[in-house]
Design a binder for this molecule. Structure first.
Ligand SMILES: *[C@@H]1O[C@H](CO)[C@@H](O)[C@H](O)[C@H]1NC(C)=O
Ligand SMILES: *[C@@H]1O[C@H](CO)[C@@H](O)[C@H](O)[C@H]1NC(C)=O
Ligand SMILES: *[C@@H]1O[C@H](CO)[C@@H](O)[C@H](O)[C@H]1NC(C)=O
Ligand SMILES: *[C@@H]1O[C@H](CO)[C@@H](O)[C@H](O)[C@H]1NC(C)=O
Length: 765
């Protein structure tokens, strides 16, 4: 008897093992770009298939059924479905450099252009930069809603001659959906299709058409056309306009309801490089990874070599330290900041006190208010009722009342639905210790407001103080508040960089809270189809919203200086960023002044970025040398750069090398006390320009700069300087400590140009 059970068990065990060994998984296979084996094949695709022919165990199977993509611009290689037992064979084949499992990544206004100081009148910088004219922004996201007024091509210049992209047909999408504004659209679904477990009945357009809204929002933020009187249900009405309203947009749909697969992303980057984009905007990512395992880092290296600026969201995992993603030095990594636009919705409590809250409820005509009702906050009883989770609110307890829900666990819009379904009349969302005073305005299905952490304590104390707490919500429309802005968004991912602390990340911050931009016309403002209200614009928050602001600014710079490298464009954005808010004081992060690991070089300033005076340029070779200084192995460097380098030789030839980055980051460890850094500046301002130095030294170090003056006599002249940073502090008992400062080159003739770099110093035991 006993042996029989064992027999059954072992059969099951064997079945499980063989199932696992035969289950197909997607891998991205990287090949040698100068191969020994490809000359035998007529096409790259045939060559790629030959690897599968040698790998696949079954003779009857057609290898092309396993091949998802052939890459050759972003990377040499292919994506294919391979079983675990075949994997070892594949890895051993000549010319195979690396095999990486496919990774699933996530997606991380009418008013923001004014907030950033852009002025559309004749003679202004924005006007002179041609609003991004002639530049093509490629957006990798969830696709686009082409009928949105933001993608109207009225007054747009013709499609640039260099453009080689297409308008790919698919479900509810054909070539008539592209125009001179939206010049290209493609979708990449193979990686998603083989990996996704989501049922087929999930309604999602198999085409470039946007099913979720995210991609429509981000692409219109980067390059949407001017639309007068754009608003969300009457809130925030004004002209909606992207940062670069005359730039062309090409969308590459790589994100689906289940996420964004790296095999699809790489395929999109591969094609976008050949299509001829100037800027790539990626509001997506995962957790920080070593650069040689990160397909976005690898694909963007090739893009950078082709002169394309790659702009990525830093991620929404802040304020946790070292949460910043997309941190390769050739990428511009963007954090999020708040704006000064407010949507007040005040809570009047029965005790006569008022709490400041914000909301975008459609009833938000000035001074509209919900009538006085009972307040309820359910902390005991059902688990999850304080968060208003689905099924947690007993109808008898919430019917007709204003329900208080804590932020967290489920989505904010979902909490509103849950309250409405349970018969609640209105909702007050309360920030917790994690969100502090940060506002995040959403469109809700019922009257609602959101209050900060301090207010939430007062609200809950009042509810607890009386048998029958009452209150009402008073809506005040849109107003421009006097409060301090920009400030760092709490969710914005923070440095120091996990993969490479010698580069300060994020690079800059840009508006990413309560951003109003275009929206699919078949979705409610909360993103739900069941919500029958229809809008052309809605409000969203995230580093996803900050990234396309910078992509648009990069387009403005590119259009003014078409020959600049991606490094020069990024330098212009970084050295002109603001470290003070509109009140002239430090940008805040919660209740403290923001550090460089939150804001990098600061808040983008598009007017100054178009005319930076000096730039820190970087040649592609220099990134390779930089990777050598990080101690990466030959094969790791090869995987990223496709270059065969001998680091001992490279380092021998480049003694004392430092990457010419627009910010400075040094780490003192093992009792090291001094560090020498080199930089070189290219004059892109007037031929005769004299710059002098201003240093705000970080605490605990002395900063010596040589020379102290830079005298340029012609345009494009390059001058170098050295910075010695001397630590006057012993590495303490703490495991880690930080200090920060700035180094600024100031044009002393007119004081107009201030070329500023943040300095971060880290001591590690
Ligand atoms: C695209 O689709 C629309 C609507 O279905 C149709 O009217 C139009 O003729 C189509 N255009 C092309 C080029 O197929
Ligand atoms: C509510 O009041 C009671 C008694 O006054 C107190 O013990 C309790 O901690 C209070 N709860 C909250 C959430 O403030
Ligand atoms: C959205 O835009 C379209 C096209 O401009 C317009 O016809 C429609 O009325 C707009 N819808 C709303 C809700 O404003
Ligand atoms: C790299 O170059 C060395 C010689 O410089 C050569 O021996 C080696 O085979 C090359 N490796 C690759 C992967 O090309």
């Amino acid at each position: 008897m006993e042996s029989k059970i064992c027999f059954f068990l072992s059969i099951i065990f064997l079945c499980l093992v063989s199932l696992k060994a035969n289950t197909l998984q997607t891998y991205v296979v990287q090949l040698h770009p100068h191969p020994t084996t490809s000359s035998l094949f007529t096409s790259k695709r045939d060559w790629h298939l030959s690897f599968l022919e040698q790998t696949i165990s079954s003779d009857s199977e057609d290898p092309s059924s396993r091949l998802l993509y052939s890459y050759h611009s972003a990377m040499e290689g292919f994506a294919a479905q391979i079983s675990e037992s075949e994997l070892e064979t594949l890895k051993r084949l000549p010319d195979v450099i690396a095999v990486r499992p496919d990774r699933r990544l996530q997606l991380h206004t009418t008013y923001s252009y004014k907030f950033l100081g852009l002025d559309p009148t004749r003679g202004s910088t924005w006007y002179n930069a041609g609003f991004g004219r002639g530049t093509i922004i490629g957006v990798l996201d969830t696709g686009v809603w082409p009928e949105s007024p933001s993608f109207n091509d009225h007054g747009m210049p013709p499609v640039p001659k260099k453009w080689k992209g297409i308008c790919q047909e698919g479900q509810s999408f054909n070539s008539s959906n592209c125009n001179r504004k939206l010049i290209g659209a493609r979708f990449f679904i193979k990686g998603h299709r083989v990996a996704s477990t989501s049922p087929d009945n999930v309604q999602e357009y198999v085409s470039p058409r946007d099913s979720s809204g995210h991609g429509t929002h981000t692409s219109s933020t980067a390059g949407g056309t001017s639309v007068p009187m754009a608003s969300v249900l009457g809130n925030g009405a004004g002209v909606a306009r992207g940062m670069a309203p005359f730039a062309h947009i090409a969308v590459y749909k790589v994100c689906w309801f289940s996420g964004c697969y790296s095999s699809d992303i790489l395929a999109a980057m591969d094609v976008a490089i050949r299509d001829g984009v100037d800027i790539l905007s990626l509001s997506l990512g995962g957790f920080p990874l070593p650069l040689f395992e990160d397909s976005i880092a690898i694909g963007s290296f090739r893009a950078m070599e082709n002169g394309i600026s790659v702009i990525c969201a830093a991620g929404n995992n802040g304020p946790i330290q070292s949460s910043v993603a997309n941190e390769a030095p050739w990428i511009a990594t963007i954090g999020a900041s708040t704006m000064d636009r407010r949507f007040p919705a005040i809570v009047q409590m029965g005790n006569g006190q008022a709490l400041y809250g914000e909301s975008l409820y459609p009833g938000n005509r000035p001074m509209n208010s919900v009538k006085e009702l009972e307040l309820v906050y359910l902390t005991s009883g059902d688990v999850g009722s304080q968060f208003c989770l689905r099924g947690s609110l007993p109808k008898a307890k919430v019917r007709g009342k204003i329900v208080v829900c804590d932020r967290g666990v489920n989505g904010r819009a979902e909490k509103g639905e849950v309250v409405k379904e349970a018969g609640g009349a209105a909702m007050i969302l309360t920030n917790t210790e994690i969100n502090l005073e940060e506002d995040s305005v959403d469109v809700h299905v019922l009257p609602a407001t959101l209050v900060g952490f301090d207010e939430s304590i007062r609200l809950k104390a009042y509810i607890n103080s009386t048998k029958r707490p009452i209150g009402r919500i008073q809506f005040g429309g849109t107003l421009i508040a006097k409060s301090r802005a920009p400030a760092v968004a709490q969710f914005s991912a923070r440095g120091p960089s996990f993969s490479n602390p010698s580069i300060l990340k994020p690079d800059v911050i840009a508006p990413g809270v309560n951003i109003i931009a275009a929206w699919p016309q078949n979705l409610g403002p909360t993103g739900l189809r069941e919500d029958t209200r229809r809008v052309n614009y809605t409000v969203m928050s995230g580093t996803s919203m900050a990234c396309p602001h910078v992509s648009g600014i990069a387009a403005l710079i590119h259009s003014t200086h078409p020959r600049w490298t991606a490094a020069a464009v990024k330098s212009a954005i970084m050295t002109t960023a603001d470290v003070t808010d509109h009140s002239g004081r430090s940008i805040m992060d919660g209740d403290k002044p923001a550090g460089v690991f939150a804001i990098g070089a600061g808040q983008v300033n598009p007017i100054r970025a178009v005319d930076p005076g000096l730039i820190y340029d970087i040649r592609p070779d220099e990134y390779v040398t930089h990777l050598c200084t990080l101690g990466y192995t030959k094969s790791e460097i090869f995987a990223i750069t496709h270059r065969n380098v001998s680091c001992p030789e490279v380092l021998q030839m480049n003694r004392g090398f430092s990457l010419n980055y627009p910010s400075i980051s040094v780490m003192f460890k093992h009792g090291m006390r001094s560090k020498m850094i080199r930089r070189r500046l290219t004059n892109v301002g007037s031929p005769n320009s004299i710059y002098s130095l201003e240093v705000d030294a970080p605490e605990g170090v002395r900063v010596r700069v040589k020379p102290q003056r830079l005298v340029f006599t012609r345009r494009n002249q390059i001058l170098s300087y050295k910075v010695r940073i001397l630590s006057s502090k012993r590495t303490g008992t703490e495991t880690m400590s930080f200090a920060q400062g700035h180094l600024t080159w100031v044009n002393s003739q007119n004081g107009l140009y201030r070329v500023k770099s943040p300095i971060s110093v880290t001591w590690k035991k």
